[in-house]
Write a protein that binds this ligand. Structure first.
Ligand code: COA
Ligand code: MG
Length: 306
């Protein structure tokens, strides 16, 4: 069984920056990933492993999911990133994030390496995997990737690298694509479909213009409407916006419980459909209401265990 973690917001934090890692631990965000990849300069990558182990082991992270993003599998860093971080901080680490995967084999490689380390250390807790879909090859093989490992918990749409890979203009990243409709629609939707069909979470990637909170909000809403469970933040100012947009509205939750109750009562009376405030509730609509209830219950269970 995969752990169902909250990922309404995943905060990116450079692994070479102890001050930001300390700050991130205290923000109460659902999920933080300490980065060894793009946020860390090549000459700081090896030392950042030690800084990350130190930050994971010494700060109080509360209920925050702790993740480390390793370098991509075509670099010379990736295998030692996994070995040093997992051996150094295993009980303080929940998942490994793998950027720029291209196929299911990439994920399987990380899975096998994690199994070896867990066996060596005698660990019972299994480290989860999250992957970034940010190469054209990855989008093409997203179904294969989504089904590649029982450790896989989430797929993230990384629109920055994805734009470079497909040949999309940089302006699109800032909301000015010049394309009619939403330029991310196809990729986002394809990722969500593959994720949902395989019982894993889809998460929307970063929006770099962190001072433009209106556009960030809009991007969160677009991702939510397609079925993403959350969005990245690259700056603390984005955390609360994502957390609130990806939390169900209390009025919707109340309506969902009432609709489900009315449907259960209808079934007891031998009816398959009933009207609640002028709307039909039947087996299909109850499924949608149940999703709202599940999201609300997941949040209150996680926040209750804080
Ligand atoms: N995580 C934790 N703390 C962060 C943070 C982050 N991602 N981004 C900013 N902060 C902190 C700053 O250290 C500062 O803390 P202080 O008030 O205690 O001094 C505070 O939040 C305000 O930051 P601000 O001055 O507005 O921004 P900055 O110039 O320090 O940082 C960036 C701007 C873009 C360099 C920074 O947000 C960052 O590094 N983001 C993540 C980049 C990254 O991980 N990229 C790869 C994945 S997309
Ligand atoms: Mg990237």
């Amino acid at each position: 069984m995969r752990p169902m973690r909250l990922r309404r917001c995943q905060l990116a934090v450079p692994g070479s920056n102890p001050k930001m890692m300390a700050k991130a631990a205290g923000l109460g965000v659902d999920h933080v990933f300490l980065d060894l990849e793009d946020a860390v300069a090549p000459n700081a990558k090896v030392a950042a492993r030690g800084s990350i182990i130190e930050a994971l082991s010494t700060h109080n992270w509360g209920r925050t999911t702790r993740c480390v993003r390793i370098n991509d599998l075509e670099t010379q860093y990736a295998y030692e990133d996994v070995i040093s971080v997992v051996e150094g901080a295993h009980e303080h680490l929940d998942t490994i994030m793998v950027p720029k995967v291209k196929n299911g084999r990439d994920v399987a490689w990380v899975d096998i390496l994690l199994s070896q380390i867990e066996r060596k250390l005698g660990l019972t807790k299994k480290i989860g995997i999250e992957v970034l879909i940010e190469e054209a090859e990855a989008l093409m093989r997203v179904d294969e990737i989504a089904a590649s490992s029982p450790r896989l918990e989430a797929m993230i749409f990384g629109m920055g690298d994805y734009s470079a890979s497909q040949g999309i203009d940089e302006a699109a990243l800032f909301g000015d694509s010049g394309y009619p409709g939403d330029i991310w629609h196809y990729a986002r939707n394809k990722i969500v479909v593959a994720a949902r069909a395989n019982g894993i979470q889809a998460v929307d990637g970063p929006f770099p213009n962190f001072r433009d909170s209106d556009y960030f909000r809009l991007e969160c809403e677009r991702a939510l409407k397609l079925g993403c469970v959350g969005k990245w933040a690259i700056h603390p100012s984005q955390v609360e916006i994502a957390r609130s947009i990806f939390s169900p509205d209390p009025a919707d939750v109340k309506r969902a419980y009432e609709g489900r109750e009315a449907y259960e009562e209808a079934k007891r009376q031998g009816l398959g459909a009933v009207q609640v405030e002028g709307r039909m509730v039947d087996a299909a609509t109850v499924r949608l209401l149940q999703r709202t209830i599940d999201r609300a219950e997941q949040i209150s269970a996680a926040e209750g265990s804080r």
